[in-house]
Design a protein around this ligand. Structure first.
Ligand SMILES: [Zn+2]
Ligand SMILES: [Zn+2]
Length: 174
């Protein structure tokens, strides 16, 4: 009977040791998994340590709490999403829009057909379409100040007192 009890005790001890080892392995695995997962989702070292510590202390419950609270996307996913958003934004920006009415217009249009806003002007030399503020054609290097347009105002001659008094006298005598 005593032998039976001893055998029973040792079986119990082995079982407890074995299950303890298994639990410890699972516990370590959970901590390791959390550590690797949080490093993919956050660059914050404090968050990485806090998440791993929580799992170390709370075990399986810590993992459940971590899965509920962790950042929804990994850093790679967030980066890819930001790239996609940027590409989308560039597409929208690349499409020209009328400054008058906001409707999309074509690159080659000189005026908006909806609200008659002037969009582009042809080069006076080569006829290529230029942006309105440009006064130099990038295609033919021609200046856009032409006859009929406002030419630069030539400043009137300024009276200079440096002229010698004799000259002034001569001018008065004439
Ligand atoms: Zn318009
Ligand atoms: Zn030109």
């Amino acid at each position: 009977m005593t032998l039976d009890r001893e055998t029973l005790n040792s079986i119990l001890l082995y079982t407890i040791t074995a299950s303890g080892a298994v639990i410890a392995a699972i516990w370590l695995g959970l901590i390791l998994w959390t550590w690797r997962d949080i490093r993919q989702r956050s660059r914050d070292p404090l968050a990485q340590v806090a998440a791993s510590l929580m799992v170390a202390v709370l075990g399986l419950f810590g993992v459940i709490i971590y899965i509920l609270l962790r950042p929804p996307e990994t850093l790679t996913e967030a980066y890819e999403r930001s790239l996609e958003e940027e590409a989308l934004l560039q597409n929208i920006e690349a499409r020209p829009v009328c400054p008058g009415c906001g409707r999309s217009v074509k690159e080659a249009w000189q005026v908006c057909p909806y609200c008659h806003t002037k969009l582009k002007k042809p080069c006076v030399h080569c006829g290529e379409l230029l942006e309105l503020p440009w006064n130099l054609c990038p295609y033919c290097a021609g200046s856009q100040v032409a006859a009929g347009q406002t030419a630069p105002v030539i400043a009137p001659p300024i009276y200079t007192p440096s002229a010698s008094p004799e000259d002034a006298v001569e001018f008065v005598e004439e």
